[in-house]
Design a protein around this ligand. Structure first.
Ligand code: SF4
Length: 204
């Protein structure tokens, strides 16, 4: 049985690493149709492509039964491509309005509610699909939360003792409540949520 792609969550990019690894060229990008396709006559069900997709959009069922199970799981998957293209910690920005420059920092952190400033290095941006959606990080917080991304200047790094990128700085009314250093991926979301909560739980 051929590999099967869950197009509900596939970004359908020519750069798909499943295409790159496929030894028989069964998986390829059809320029005319502008989509990834799998040639069922060439696919050997070797399974090499499956782990290449960071979000599990490629499935391989070697028997009829397994293939039907893959089709069922895809049909029942509630995710959509829209869910994946949201701003995420450590990943490249999706929406420009989350970006601020260093001159805006002082003004943005004066908010009486929580302001999260993610400082990051665009050259080392992490995989979008493996990173934590900001909305999931903040949805259980009791206060309103503002969030911005910033590529920090040397002055900002010195001022806030930032020695690791990305880091998440947590401010309220101009005060730095805390900083979470380093990258956390989607599997570490509970750990990161708990760290953010730890810095904000005793606020009046
Ligand atoms: S299962 Fe193997 S042959 Fe089939 S598309 Fe994936 S890598 Fe190619």
């Amino acid at each position: 049985m051929p590999a099967i792609i869950n197009f509900k969550i596939c970004d359908n990019a020519k750069e798909c690493s499943g295409i790159a690894i496929c030894p028989t060229k069964a998986m390829h990008y059809d320029e005319e149709k502008q989509t990834i396709v799998i040639d069922k006559d060439k696919c050997t069900s070797c399974g090499l492509c499956r782990p290449e997709c960071p979000i599990g959009a490629i499935q391989v069922g070697r028997t009829d039964e397994e293939y039907q199970q893959c089709q069922k799981e895809i049909a029942e998957d509630p995710r959509t491509i829209k869910d994946l293209f949201v701003d995420r910690y450590g990943a490249s920005p999706i929406f420009e309005f989350f970006m601020i420059n260093n001159d805006q920092l002082d003004e943005k952190i004066q908010n009486e509610n929580i302001t999260l400033i993610e400082v990051y290095n665009p050259i080392e941006a992490q995989c979008l699909l493996k990173s934590i959606p900001i909305k999931d990080l903040t949805d259980e917080m009791e206060r309103d939360v503002q969030y911005y991304k910033l590529v920090p200047s040397d002055d900002v790094k010195i001022k806030y003792a930032i020695n690791e990128l990305p880091s998440l700085l947590i401010f309220r009314a101009g005060d730095l409540l805390g900083m979470i250093k380093g990258y956390y991926n989607i599997e570490q979301i509970d750990e990161m949520k708990s760290l953010v909560k730890g810095f904000t739980k005793n606020l009046s």
